[in-house]
Design a protein around this ligand. Sequence first.
Ligand SMILES: Cc1ncc(COP(=O)(O)O)c(C=O)c1O
Length: 388
Amino acid sequence: MYNEGNYFSALALWERIRPHGRDGNMKRVYNFSAGPSMLPLEVLEEAQKDLLDYKGCGMSVMEMSHRTPEFEEIIAGAESSLRRVMNVPDNYKVLFLQGGASTQFASVPFNLLTGSGKADYIVSGQFSKKAYQEAKKYGDIAVAASSAGDNFTHVPATTRESFRPDADYVHICFNNTIYGTKFPYIPDTGDIPLVADMSSCICSEPVDVSKFGLIYAGAQKNIAPAGVTIVIVREDLLGHARPDTPAMFDYNLMAENGSMYNTPPCWCIYMARLVFDWILSIGGLDAMKERNQKKAAILYDYLDSQDYYFAPVERESRSMMNVTFVTGDPDLDKKFASEAAKQGLKNLKGHRSVGGMRASIYNAMPIEGVEKLVSFMKVFAKENPKKD
Ligand SMILES: Cc1ncc(COP(=O)(O)O)c(C=O)c1O
Protein backbone atom coordinates (compact mmCIF):
# COMPACT_ATOMS: atom_id res chain seq x y z
CA MET A 1 0.00 0.00 0.00
CA TYR A 2 1.21 3.51 -0.78
CA ASN A 3 2.67 5.55 2.00
CA GLU A 4 5.32 8.18 1.90
CA GLY A 5 7.92 6.03 3.67
CA ASN A 6 7.58 3.25 1.08
CA TYR A 7 7.73 5.76 -1.70
CA PHE A 8 10.98 7.30 -0.45
CA SER A 9 12.68 3.97 0.23
CA ALA A 10 11.75 2.83 -3.29
CA LEU A 11 13.21 6.04 -4.63
CA ALA A 12 16.43 5.47 -2.67
CA LEU A 13 16.67 1.93 -4.06
CA TRP A 14 16.18 3.19 -7.60
CA GLU A 15 18.91 5.78 -7.12
CA ARG A 16 21.22 2.99 -6.02
CA ILE A 17 20.55 0.58 -8.87
CA ARG A 18 19.86 2.74 -11.89
CA PRO A 19 22.64 2.70 -14.46
CA HIS A 20 22.89 6.44 -14.97
CA GLY A 21 24.26 8.80 -12.38
CA ARG A 22 22.29 11.91 -11.56
CA ASP A 23 24.44 13.80 -14.04
CA GLY A 24 23.44 11.36 -16.78
CA ASN A 25 26.94 9.85 -17.09
CA MET A 26 26.71 6.18 -17.80
CA LYS A 27 29.12 3.91 -16.00
CA ARG A 28 29.77 0.59 -17.77
CA VAL A 29 32.40 -1.86 -16.58
CA TYR A 30 34.37 -4.56 -18.35
CA ASN A 31 32.46 -7.62 -17.24
CA PHE A 32 34.52 -10.81 -17.49
CA SER A 33 31.70 -13.01 -16.17
CA ALA A 34 31.43 -16.53 -17.60
CA GLY A 35 27.70 -16.07 -18.02
CA PRO A 36 25.38 -14.32 -18.06
CA SER A 37 27.87 -11.98 -19.60
CA MET A 38 28.37 -8.77 -21.54
CA LEU A 39 26.07 -7.94 -24.43
CA PRO A 40 27.21 -5.63 -27.23
CA LEU A 41 26.57 -2.00 -26.31
CA GLU A 42 24.99 -1.34 -29.71
CA VAL A 43 22.49 -4.13 -29.02
CA LEU A 44 21.60 -2.78 -25.59
CA GLU A 45 21.10 0.66 -27.06
CA GLU A 46 18.86 -0.72 -29.78
CA ALA A 47 16.83 -2.59 -27.17
CA GLN A 48 16.63 0.57 -25.10
CA LYS A 49 15.15 2.43 -28.07
CA ASP A 50 12.51 -0.27 -28.53
CA LEU A 51 11.83 -0.76 -24.85
CA LEU A 52 8.61 1.19 -24.39
CA ASP A 53 7.30 1.12 -27.92
CA TYR A 54 8.43 -1.61 -30.28
CA LYS A 55 8.27 -0.17 -33.80
CA GLY A 56 5.15 1.88 -33.18
CA CYS A 57 3.00 -0.87 -31.72
CA GLY A 58 2.80 0.95 -28.38
CA MET A 59 4.20 -1.82 -26.22
CA SER A 60 7.45 -3.50 -25.33
CA VAL A 61 8.37 -6.92 -26.75
CA MET A 62 8.19 -8.04 -23.11
CA GLU A 63 4.48 -7.30 -23.11
CA MET A 64 3.67 -8.72 -26.52
CA SER A 65 1.73 -11.88 -27.29
CA HIS A 66 3.79 -14.41 -29.20
CA ARG A 67 0.79 -14.89 -31.51
CA THR A 68 1.09 -11.41 -33.03
CA PRO A 69 2.44 -10.60 -36.49
CA GLU A 70 5.13 -8.46 -34.80
CA PHE A 71 6.47 -11.38 -32.79
CA GLU A 72 6.12 -13.82 -35.69
CA GLU A 73 8.41 -11.46 -37.60
CA ILE A 74 10.87 -11.31 -34.70
CA ILE A 75 11.22 -15.08 -34.33
CA ALA A 76 11.40 -15.64 -38.09
CA GLY A 77 14.05 -12.88 -38.27
CA ALA A 78 16.03 -14.45 -35.42
CA GLU A 79 16.03 -17.79 -37.18
CA SER A 80 17.01 -16.44 -40.58
CA SER A 81 19.77 -14.27 -39.10
CA LEU A 82 21.19 -17.21 -37.14
CA ARG A 83 21.05 -19.33 -40.29
CA ARG A 84 23.07 -16.68 -42.10
CA VAL A 85 25.52 -16.18 -39.22
CA MET A 86 26.26 -19.90 -38.84
CA ASN A 87 25.63 -20.89 -42.43
CA VAL A 88 23.15 -23.52 -41.25
CA PRO A 89 22.35 -26.03 -44.02
CA ASP A 90 18.73 -26.34 -45.17
CA ASN A 91 18.35 -29.84 -43.78
CA TYR A 92 18.75 -28.56 -40.21
CA LYS A 93 16.02 -27.16 -37.96
CA VAL A 94 16.71 -24.23 -35.67
CA LEU A 95 14.81 -24.30 -32.37
CA PHE A 96 14.47 -21.68 -29.65
CA LEU A 97 13.82 -23.59 -26.42
CA GLN A 98 13.82 -23.03 -22.67
CA GLY A 99 15.41 -24.72 -19.69
CA GLY A 100 19.04 -23.82 -20.37
CA ALA A 101 21.74 -26.08 -21.72
CA SER A 102 21.24 -28.32 -18.68
CA THR A 103 17.80 -29.33 -19.94
CA GLN A 104 19.48 -30.50 -23.14
CA PHE A 105 21.51 -32.95 -21.06
CA ALA A 106 18.20 -34.88 -20.76
CA SER A 107 16.49 -33.84 -24.00
CA VAL A 108 19.32 -35.25 -26.11
CA PRO A 109 18.92 -38.82 -24.80
CA PHE A 110 15.12 -38.59 -24.88
CA ASN A 111 15.26 -37.74 -28.57
CA LEU A 112 18.33 -39.54 -29.86
CA LEU A 113 19.00 -42.52 -27.61
CA THR A 114 16.41 -44.64 -29.35
CA GLY A 115 18.31 -46.98 -31.67
CA SER A 116 20.75 -49.22 -29.82
CA GLY A 117 20.18 -47.24 -26.62
CA LYS A 118 23.95 -46.64 -26.44
CA ALA A 119 25.77 -43.33 -26.50
CA ASP A 120 29.41 -42.34 -25.99
CA TYR A 121 30.49 -39.22 -24.13
CA ILE A 122 33.82 -37.42 -24.15
CA VAL A 123 34.27 -36.05 -20.66
CA SER A 124 36.40 -32.91 -20.84
CA GLY A 125 35.05 -30.86 -17.94
CA GLN A 126 32.23 -30.43 -15.47
CA PHE A 127 29.46 -29.78 -17.95
CA SER A 128 30.25 -32.78 -20.11
CA LYS A 129 30.38 -34.84 -16.91
CA LYS A 130 26.95 -33.55 -15.93
CA ALA A 131 25.63 -34.33 -19.42
CA TYR A 132 27.05 -37.86 -19.11
CA GLN A 133 25.55 -38.39 -15.67
CA GLU A 134 22.14 -37.21 -16.85
CA ALA A 135 22.21 -39.45 -19.94
CA LYS A 136 23.12 -42.48 -17.79
CA LYS A 137 19.57 -42.41 -16.44
CA TYR A 138 18.25 -43.34 -19.86
CA GLY A 139 20.50 -45.94 -21.44
CA ASP A 140 23.89 -47.56 -21.91
CA ILE A 141 26.27 -44.62 -21.74
CA ALA A 142 30.05 -44.98 -21.99
CA VAL A 143 32.93 -42.57 -21.45
CA ALA A 144 34.81 -42.70 -24.74
CA ALA A 145 37.64 -40.48 -23.46
CA SER A 146 38.25 -38.28 -20.45
CA SER A 147 40.80 -35.78 -19.20
CA ALA A 148 39.56 -35.93 -15.59
CA GLY A 149 42.85 -37.57 -14.54
CA ASP A 150 44.72 -34.41 -15.64
CA ASN A 151 42.33 -31.99 -13.91
CA PHE A 152 40.77 -31.23 -17.29
CA THR A 153 43.77 -29.16 -18.38
CA HIS A 154 43.40 -30.46 -21.93
CA VAL A 155 40.84 -31.97 -24.26
CA PRO A 156 41.35 -35.71 -24.74
CA ALA A 157 42.33 -36.97 -28.19
CA THR A 158 40.05 -39.49 -29.90
CA THR A 159 39.96 -41.53 -33.06
CA ARG A 160 37.05 -43.21 -34.75
CA GLU A 161 37.96 -46.36 -32.82
CA SER A 162 37.24 -44.56 -29.54
CA PHE A 163 33.51 -44.89 -30.23
CA ARG A 164 31.22 -47.92 -30.25
CA PRO A 165 30.13 -48.45 -33.86
CA ASP A 166 26.49 -48.92 -32.84
CA ALA A 167 26.29 -45.84 -30.59
CA ASP A 168 23.23 -43.67 -31.26
CA TYR A 169 25.36 -40.56 -30.86
CA VAL A 170 28.61 -39.16 -29.48
CA HIS A 171 28.42 -36.17 -27.13
CA ILE A 172 31.04 -33.49 -26.58
CA CYS A 173 31.25 -30.12 -24.85
CA PHE A 174 33.09 -28.06 -27.46
CA ASN A 175 34.31 -25.32 -25.12
CA ASN A 176 34.80 -26.04 -21.44
CA THR A 177 33.79 -22.84 -19.70
CA ILE A 178 35.15 -23.68 -16.26
CA TYR A 179 38.60 -24.97 -17.23
CA GLY A 180 39.20 -22.73 -20.24
CA THR A 181 39.71 -25.49 -22.80
CA LYS A 182 38.30 -25.97 -26.27
CA PHE A 183 38.31 -28.87 -28.70
CA PRO A 184 41.15 -28.19 -31.14
CA TYR A 185 39.52 -30.71 -33.49
CA ILE A 186 36.12 -32.07 -34.43
CA PRO A 187 35.99 -35.75 -33.46
CA ASP A 188 35.70 -38.16 -36.36
CA THR A 189 32.65 -40.24 -35.50
CA GLY A 190 32.02 -41.65 -38.96
CA ASP A 191 28.25 -42.06 -39.43
CA ILE A 192 27.46 -41.65 -35.75
CA PRO A 193 25.76 -38.27 -35.13
CA LEU A 194 27.98 -35.90 -33.18
CA VAL A 195 26.17 -33.82 -30.54
CA ALA A 196 27.93 -30.71 -29.24
CA ASP A 197 27.24 -28.42 -26.32
CA MET A 198 28.48 -25.09 -27.70
CA SER A 199 27.10 -22.90 -24.91
CA SER A 200 30.30 -20.96 -24.38
CA CYS A 201 31.65 -20.73 -27.92
CA ILE A 202 28.66 -20.56 -30.25
CA CYS A 203 29.00 -17.74 -32.80
CA SER A 204 32.59 -17.00 -31.75
CA GLU A 205 34.05 -18.36 -34.99
CA PRO A 206 32.79 -20.24 -38.05
CA VAL A 207 31.95 -23.93 -37.54
CA ASP A 208 30.97 -26.46 -40.15
CA VAL A 209 27.46 -27.27 -38.91
CA SER A 210 27.22 -30.23 -41.29
CA LYS A 211 29.84 -32.06 -39.20
CA PHE A 212 27.34 -32.20 -36.31
CA GLY A 213 24.04 -34.01 -35.88
CA LEU A 214 22.97 -31.57 -33.21
CA ILE A 215 24.37 -28.40 -31.66
CA TYR A 216 22.91 -26.82 -28.55
CA ALA A 217 23.77 -23.73 -26.55
CA GLY A 218 22.40 -21.74 -23.67
CA ALA A 219 22.23 -18.13 -24.86
CA GLN A 220 23.65 -16.27 -21.93
CA LYS A 221 27.26 -16.02 -23.10
CA ASN A 222 27.36 -15.04 -26.76
CA ILE A 223 23.74 -14.66 -27.80
CA ALA A 224 21.22 -13.12 -25.42
CA PRO A 225 20.13 -12.85 -21.80
CA ALA A 226 19.61 -16.18 -20.01
CA GLY A 227 16.31 -17.82 -20.91
CA VAL A 228 16.58 -19.15 -24.43
CA THR A 229 18.47 -22.23 -25.57
CA ILE A 230 19.39 -22.73 -29.21
CA VAL A 231 19.15 -26.18 -30.76
CA ILE A 232 20.30 -26.82 -34.32
CA VAL A 233 19.37 -30.34 -35.33
CA ARG A 234 19.63 -32.38 -38.51
CA GLU A 235 16.15 -33.24 -39.77
CA ASP A 236 16.67 -36.99 -40.05
CA LEU A 237 17.29 -37.11 -36.29
CA LEU A 238 13.79 -35.81 -35.56
CA GLY A 239 10.74 -37.95 -34.99
CA HIS A 240 12.40 -40.84 -33.15
CA ALA A 241 11.91 -39.66 -29.57
CA ARG A 242 11.07 -42.10 -26.80
CA PRO A 243 7.30 -42.47 -26.36
CA ASP A 244 7.54 -41.12 -22.81
CA THR A 245 9.36 -37.94 -23.91
CA PRO A 246 7.84 -34.92 -22.17
CA ALA A 247 6.24 -32.67 -24.78
CA MET A 248 8.56 -29.80 -23.87
CA PHE A 249 11.61 -31.99 -24.59
CA ASP A 250 10.37 -33.26 -27.95
CA TYR A 251 12.40 -31.61 -30.72
CA ASN A 252 10.00 -32.76 -33.42
CA LEU A 253 7.00 -31.27 -31.65
CA MET A 254 8.91 -28.04 -31.17
CA ALA A 255 10.02 -27.99 -34.82
CA GLU A 256 6.47 -28.65 -36.04
CA ASN A 257 5.29 -25.70 -33.98
CA GLY A 258 8.03 -23.28 -34.99
CA SER A 259 9.36 -23.27 -31.37
CA MET A 260 5.93 -21.97 -30.29
CA TYR A 261 4.26 -25.09 -28.93
CA ASN A 262 3.95 -23.00 -25.80
CA THR A 263 4.91 -19.43 -24.94
CA PRO A 264 8.53 -18.97 -26.03
CA PRO A 265 11.02 -16.70 -24.23
CA CYS A 266 9.97 -13.77 -26.42
CA TRP A 267 12.28 -11.10 -25.04
CA CYS A 268 15.35 -13.33 -25.22
CA ILE A 269 14.55 -14.30 -28.80
CA TYR A 270 14.21 -10.62 -29.68
CA MET A 271 17.59 -9.93 -28.05
CA ALA A 272 19.15 -12.90 -29.84
CA ARG A 273 17.97 -11.49 -33.15
CA LEU A 274 19.62 -8.15 -32.37
CA VAL A 275 22.85 -9.95 -31.50
CA PHE A 276 22.81 -12.06 -34.69
CA ASP A 277 22.23 -8.89 -36.72
CA TRP A 278 25.07 -7.20 -34.85
CA ILE A 279 27.39 -10.09 -35.78
CA LEU A 280 26.33 -9.77 -39.42
CA SER A 281 26.86 -6.01 -39.29
CA ILE A 282 30.48 -6.39 -38.25
CA GLY A 283 31.27 -8.92 -40.97
CA GLY A 284 29.91 -12.25 -39.70
CA LEU A 285 31.84 -15.02 -38.00
CA ASP A 286 35.06 -14.56 -39.98
CA ALA A 287 35.36 -11.04 -38.59
CA MET A 288 34.20 -12.23 -35.16
CA LYS A 289 36.92 -14.89 -35.12
CA GLU A 290 39.57 -12.34 -36.05
CA ARG A 291 38.51 -10.07 -33.18
CA ASN A 292 38.34 -12.97 -30.74
CA GLN A 293 41.74 -14.29 -31.77
CA LYS A 294 43.22 -10.85 -31.28
CA LYS A 295 41.75 -10.54 -27.79
CA ALA A 296 42.84 -14.03 -26.73
CA ALA A 297 46.35 -13.46 -28.11
CA ILE A 298 46.79 -10.28 -26.05
CA LEU A 299 46.09 -12.26 -22.90
CA TYR A 300 47.90 -15.50 -23.73
CA ASP A 301 50.96 -13.70 -25.12
CA TYR A 302 51.27 -11.80 -21.88
CA LEU A 303 50.77 -14.96 -19.81
CA ASP A 304 53.48 -16.72 -21.83
CA SER A 305 55.91 -13.83 -21.44
CA GLN A 306 56.27 -13.78 -17.65
CA ASP A 307 56.30 -16.10 -14.64
CA TYR A 308 54.16 -14.34 -12.06
CA TYR A 309 50.94 -15.85 -13.40
CA PHE A 310 50.54 -19.41 -14.59
CA ALA A 311 48.08 -20.61 -17.24
CA PRO A 312 47.32 -24.27 -16.45
CA VAL A 313 45.76 -25.24 -19.78
CA GLU A 314 47.85 -27.04 -22.40
CA ARG A 315 48.45 -24.75 -25.39
CA GLU A 316 46.72 -26.98 -27.93
CA SER A 317 43.50 -26.94 -25.92
CA ARG A 318 43.37 -23.26 -25.01
CA SER A 319 39.97 -21.62 -25.20
CA MET A 320 39.52 -18.37 -27.07
CA MET A 321 36.54 -17.50 -24.83
CA ASN A 322 37.57 -18.41 -21.27
CA VAL A 323 41.15 -17.77 -20.21
CA THR A 324 42.16 -19.29 -16.88
CA PHE A 325 45.24 -18.39 -14.83
CA VAL A 326 46.53 -18.48 -11.25
CA THR A 327 49.23 -16.78 -9.21
CA GLY A 328 49.83 -19.97 -7.25
CA ASP A 329 48.82 -18.27 -4.01
CA PRO A 330 45.07 -18.41 -3.24
CA ASP A 331 45.28 -15.24 -1.11
CA LEU A 332 46.85 -13.32 -3.99
CA ASP A 333 44.24 -14.70 -6.37
CA LYS A 334 41.52 -13.40 -4.09
CA LYS A 335 43.19 -10.03 -3.83
CA PHE A 336 43.63 -9.90 -7.60
CA ALA A 337 39.90 -10.32 -8.27
CA SER A 338 38.89 -7.77 -5.68
CA GLU A 339 41.47 -5.14 -6.73
CA ALA A 340 40.58 -5.65 -10.38
CA ALA A 341 36.90 -5.10 -9.61
CA LYS A 342 37.77 -1.72 -8.10
CA GLN A 343 39.29 -0.80 -11.47
CA GLY A 344 36.09 -1.70 -13.31
CA LEU A 345 37.36 -5.17 -14.32
CA LYS A 346 34.58 -7.30 -12.86
CA ASN A 347 34.01 -11.01 -12.24
CA LEU A 348 37.53 -12.31 -12.73
CA LYS A 349 37.30 -14.86 -9.93
CA GLY A 350 37.66 -18.42 -11.23
CA HIS A 351 34.84 -20.93 -10.92
CA ARG A 352 34.22 -21.89 -7.29
CA SER A 353 35.33 -25.47 -7.99
CA VAL A 354 38.76 -24.58 -9.41
CA GLY A 355 39.73 -21.22 -7.89
CA GLY A 356 42.27 -18.89 -9.49
CA MET A 357 41.14 -16.43 -12.13
CA ARG A 358 39.09 -16.71 -15.29
CA ALA A 359 38.67 -13.98 -17.86
CA SER A 360 35.68 -14.73 -20.05
CA ILE A 361 36.20 -12.70 -23.19
CA TYR A 362 33.12 -13.48 -25.23
CA ASN A 363 32.14 -11.70 -28.43
CA ALA A 364 30.87 -8.57 -26.71
CA MET A 365 34.07 -7.91 -24.74
CA PRO A 366 35.90 -5.08 -26.50
CA ILE A 367 39.64 -5.31 -27.18
CA GLU A 368 40.16 -2.36 -24.80
CA GLY A 369 38.77 -4.47 -21.95
CA VAL A 370 41.46 -7.11 -22.51
CA GLU A 371 44.18 -4.47 -22.89
CA LYS A 372 43.08 -2.87 -19.65
CA LEU A 373 43.14 -6.27 -17.93
CA VAL A 374 46.71 -6.96 -19.05
CA SER A 375 47.84 -3.51 -17.88
CA PHE A 376 46.24 -4.23 -14.52
CA MET A 377 47.93 -7.66 -14.35
CA LYS A 378 51.33 -6.04 -14.85
CA VAL A 379 50.77 -3.47 -12.11
CA PHE A 380 49.38 -6.09 -9.73
CA ALA A 381 52.39 -8.35 -10.26
CA LYS A 382 54.78 -5.49 -9.52
CA GLU A 383 52.92 -4.31 -6.43
CA ASN A 384 52.33 -7.76 -4.93
CA PRO A 385 55.60 -9.69 -4.89
CA LYS A 386 55.26 -13.34 -3.96
CA LYS A 387 56.71 -14.64 -0.70
CA ASP A 388 59.47 -17.23 -1.29
C1 LIG B 1 29.47 -25.36 -21.64
C2 LIG B 1 28.27 -25.23 -20.76
N1 LIG B 1 27.31 -26.16 -20.81
C3 LIG B 1 26.23 -26.09 -20.02
C4 LIG B 1 26.05 -25.05 -19.14
C5 LIG B 1 24.82 -25.00 -18.30
O1 LIG B 1 24.00 -24.06 -18.87
P1 LIG B 1 22.61 -23.60 -18.25
O2 LIG B 1 22.94 -22.86 -17.01
O3 LIG B 1 22.03 -22.76 -19.36
O4 LIG B 1 21.81 -24.82 -17.99
C6 LIG B 1 27.01 -24.04 -19.06
C7 LIG B 1 26.82 -22.92 -18.14
O5 LIG B 1 27.67 -22.10 -17.88
C8 LIG B 1 28.16 -24.14 -19.89
O6 LIG B 1 29.12 -23.22 -19.83
